[in-house]
Design a protein around this ligand. Sequence first.
Ligand SMILES: Cc1cc2nc3c(=O)[nH]c(=O)nc-3n(C[C@H](O)[C@H](O)[C@H](O)COP(=O)(O)OP(=O)(O)OC[C@H]3O[C@@H](n4cnc5c(N)ncnc54)[C@H](O)[C@@H]3O)c2cc1C
Length: 410
Amino acid sequence: MLQVIIVGSGLAGLTAARVLREHHNVTVYERGDERIATGGQGIMIAPNGHNILQSLGYEPERVGAVPIHGIRFYNKQDNVTEDVALNLKAQFGAEYMSQKRSDFRDELLRLATTASDSLGIEGDPAKVVFGVSVIGLDPESGTVTLSDGSTMTADVVIIADGVHSKLRNIVLNNDQSTTKKTGLTCYRIAVSTEDAKTALGDIPLPHWWEPSTCQNRSSLLHAADGTSRMVTAYPIRDQTMFNLSCIIKTEDSTKPATESWYAAGDSATVVELFGDFHKSLVKILGAASEVKVWELQDLDPIPTWTRGRAILIGDAAHAMTPMQGQGANMCIEDAESFRLFAPGTRSEEVQDILKTIGTIRKARTAEVLAETRKSHSTTGIGQRVLKNLEFNCGYKGIFEAVKSFEVRGK
Ligand SMILES: Cc1cc2nc3c(=O)[nH]c(=O)nc-3n(C[C@H](O)[C@H](O)[C@H](O)COP(=O)(O)OP(=O)(O)OC[C@H]3O[C@@H](n4cnc5c(N)ncnc54)[C@H](O)[C@@H]3O)c2cc1C
């Protein structure tokens, strides 16, 4: 049984913990408290991520996840310009699922830490230690230094500390690699149906919200005036809430620049930025009590993911914007790769397995990043999501990926 340390209890770290706990001894160190849930109000898990999660015991009904059956496009006056119905379950074996991020993270925490018999699996639950930062790393020996000054050593150290990873440059042997601002800012809002109805008064719920007309679509409301302004709207929490992601060019933001990864915003700013959209959207945006602002950043592909016994995964390895909705899905795919650590894997085999994972994942995530970057103008973004469906959602897991990598290499 291998000893595994995971840095960070985000989506990548917790999914990795769930995969590895079946056959290995896993400890996760998280600098925040148990409630930490970074990255936005809603999150869409695509069939490639959903298929993996299903195999790990994910229960969508626990999180009120809503299956998404297509993409619908609107102009800013709320007229439908295109409707694309999708049957992803038939095509890829699993649906797109939209959910509240904090609920989703709770579910991943359950999968990582709940009793093994309740999941019908072997092994012991992963141990998650909250309120402890990893402040140092020796990749060759697999030793981490914790914020209390103590050190811990493991056969495998998985670094899943997010887009602003402090450990990435140690793996890269101090080659300086930093994230880049993309010129886009995202205001992320969640509003309940109750609050929306109150704000709207006599005005009916918009076509894209009312369940009988929404028809489980993810809706893109596009300004189509060269400003890149766009709202992505989808239901979450059993359709009792909506996630609204409002994209603008950062230069159009009236909010002073912040060095932080995300910050609290205010609804008045969003109303001002989207004031020329249909009045129902403007009223709903005005009703939002919780608004978060992300200045969207991404990371050029890094030269390597591994050094010694350490590997980078998740946003620490391949941060990308949400413009193709694949960032978290890549985290889930990364985590699934640890299936290569079969029962009985010996400590001396670790470095070769990590190199295989790093090589395969680096190639796939670089392709997804390149397609995501093409969507930064927002023009044709929906069509690009559709064009990439097969490549993004058709992923068959690490064993198939290794096979096709070997075939290509011959
Ligand atoms: C606005 C927005 C919307 C998005 N929407 C989608 C979407 O719909 N679909 C999709 O697929 N992707 C989406 N993404 C991308 C997705 O959110 C990220 O890819 C994903 O959250 C990254 O997960 P992670 O585990 O790598 O990092 P994080 O979720 O950032 O987790 C990192 C964790 O590490 C901890 N940590 C950091 N440093 C240390 C340390 N030194 N010691 C201990 N702990 C540490 C942090 O506290 C944190 O808990 C979106 C991103 C944004 C910004």
